[in-house]
Design a protein around this ligand. Structure first.
Ligand code: FAD
Ligand code: 2HG
Ligand code: ZN
Length: 476
């Protein structure tokens, strides 16, 4: 719909017939087979893409997913798994008439072992809901994203979601201990991978293959997750810095001095702050307007200890000139305000019009350079080029906006930007994935042997190529 590059429908796929709908109604019940009012399932969060899916299925259990996939395999019907539909690479919606398989109703099983901190949970739980349920036992989910009120844990696994606390708790690969996965094969095989155990070296840990597989290898229906103790003492501060070199030095100092209590280190450049102010009215809590603002958070269990450590660190940063400005949150309300500024970066951009969204990893020595290069290259032809993100993990969100989609601008940004990133030792997708958006560039910076392995894995798990076609992994 936006003019972004698009594929053609695979000729060997079947088309949904009345007999298929009857089969689905037998498996999951008439109420959960939807063929009308399904527009929202066909539109991605960004509004870049619009699918023409004609049918949405809402199964309530792993067995129902298995029966659906068995039938789809027999009939070569293509299927798109969909969770919260908050993905940012156009991967969670149909391209043509693929069936949407929504995981929303698979949200009954929730079993926490409070002594080990291992949670076994159905894939259809909303991330924030899991977090709230865990609070009663003094735990929390070890990931936090701006989309937490809508995304589902199965979607987080399928995208290998990162977020604002990866720096402290590690990626989904660190915390997912096992998965139940349904395959799109002749029998709709149900794999029970890994265990509800922190340690288990009795197999090849195959669940990791499905983490970040973007719904193209199997459907995740249950997750075994290591959850984190909920901190009782959390502190946040905003610091202003005059150069990106100082941001790098500050990160190094925070890792050394704050050490085990450091839980977040997020960047907002001056253009991001301007965008948030112009488009939402929210002003920075800093009194100055420095080129870079860093949001630092600490989490621990002893407020006196953490406060002393944090304040000493912040004082030192001001005294030695690393930071030119700083403000500590004096209350939870103030801390929430700092986080709102950070989360609003994504939402504030929507007001500009069309967004060329980029989620890249770069070695810190090159981290900010590409933002400057793009500003120079695109000049007045764009509304803005802004950079924010998880600088503590080397992850930059560079967003470029224009009033509406322009093919000419697209061609000036891509492949230039992604080639620059690959040539500087970076990744063209740090955490959002490849999906449909980045498929034309997925080979950049990758060895052909790795791309071939992806293709072989796709064929192994999805022999007819019916699961989430036209995206990241090619059909064989
Ligand atoms: P969906 O968007 O529904 O699906 C995403 C992909 O996973 C699709 O390919 C889909 O087919 C597949 N899929 C979904 N469920 C399953 C399943 N059960 N089994 C197999 N495949 C499945 N991402 C980050 O990494 N870090 C962030 O900080 C972050 N912040 C965000 C902030 C905002 C405001 C928004 C809108 C998005 C943000 N995202 C972020 C992107 C997005 O929220 C994540 O990618 C999230 O993990 C997607 O989860 P979802 O439930 O919405 O999945
Ligand atoms: C974030 O970190 C999300 O806020 C979204 O990953 C990034 O808006 C973006 O580009
Ligand atoms: Zn992010």
């Amino acid at each position: 719909s936006s003019g972004l590059p698009g594929p053609t429908r695979h000729a060997d796929f079947g088309s949904i017939e009345d007999s298929d709908l009857s089969t689905f109604e037998r498996i999951i019940g008439k109420d959960y087979v939807k063929t009308s009012d399904i527009e929202t399932f066909n539109k991605d969060w960004m509004g870049w893409y619009k699918g023409t899916g004609k049918c949405v299925l809402l199964p309530g259990s792993t067995d129902e997913v298995s029966a659906i996939l068995k039938h789809c395999y027999e009939r070569r019907l293509a299927v798109v798994p969909q969770s919260g539909n908050t993905g940012l690479v156009g991967a969670s919606i149909p391209v043509f008439d693929e069936i949407v398989l929504s995981l929303k109703r698979i949200n009954k099983h929730f079993d926490l072992d409070p002594s080990s901190g291992v949670l076994e949970v159905d894939a259809g739980f909303i991330l924030e809901e899991i977090d709230q349920k865990l609070a009663a036992d003094g735990y929390m989910v070890p990931l936090d994203l701006g989309s937490k009120a809508s995304c589902l844990i199965g979607g987080n696994v399928a995208t290998c979601a990162g977020g604002v606390r990866l720096l402290r708790y590690g990626s989904m690969h660190s915390n997912v201990l096992g998965l139940d996965v349904v395959l799109p094969d002749a029998s709709g095989s149900v794999l029970k991978l890994g265990a509800a155990l922190r340690k288990d070296n009795t197999s090849i840990h195959a669940h990791h293959v499905f983490i970040g597989s973007e719904g193209q290898l199997g459907i995740v229906t249950r997750v075994r997750l290591l959850v984190a103790p909920r901190p009782t003492s959390v502190h946040s501060a905003l610091l202003g810095l005059e150069s990106f070199d100082k941001v790098r030095q500050l990160l190094r100092a925070a890792k050394t001095d704050l050490s085990e209590i450091l839980s977040s280190f997020e960047l907002l450049d001056a253009e991001t702050m301007r965008c948030v102010k112009e488009n939402t009215g929210l002003s920075s809590a800093l009194s100055s307007q420095p080129p870079f603002t860093v949001l630092i958070e600490t989490s621990g269990s002893n407020s006196d200890h953490d406060t002393a450590k944090f304040e000493a660190f912040l004082e030192k940063c001001i005294e030695n000139g690393l930071a030119s400005d700083g403000v500590i949150a004096e209350s939870a309300t103030e801390a929430n305000y700092f986080w709102k500024l950070r989360e609003m970066a994504t939402l504030s951009l929507l007001k500009d019009g069309f967004i060329y969204k980029n989620d890249i990893s770069l070695p810190l020595e090159h981290f900010y350079k590409i933002t400057e290069v793009l500003r120079e290259r695109l000049g007045e032809d764009v509304i803005r080029v802004i950079c924010y993100g998880h600088v503590g993990d080397g992850n930059a969100h560079i967003n470029i906006t224009s009033k509406e989609y322009s093919q000419e601008l697209y061609d000036r940004i891509y492949p230039f930007l992604y080639e620059w990133v690959a040539n500087h030792g970076g990744s063209i997708s740090a955490e959002h994935g490849i999906g449909r958006l980045k498929k034309p560039y997925a080979h950049l910076g990758k060895e052909s042997t790795e791309l071939e392995l992806n293709t072989r894995l796709k064929h192994f798990f999805d022999p007819r190529g019916i699961l989430n076609p036209y995206k990241f992994f090619p059909k064989v």
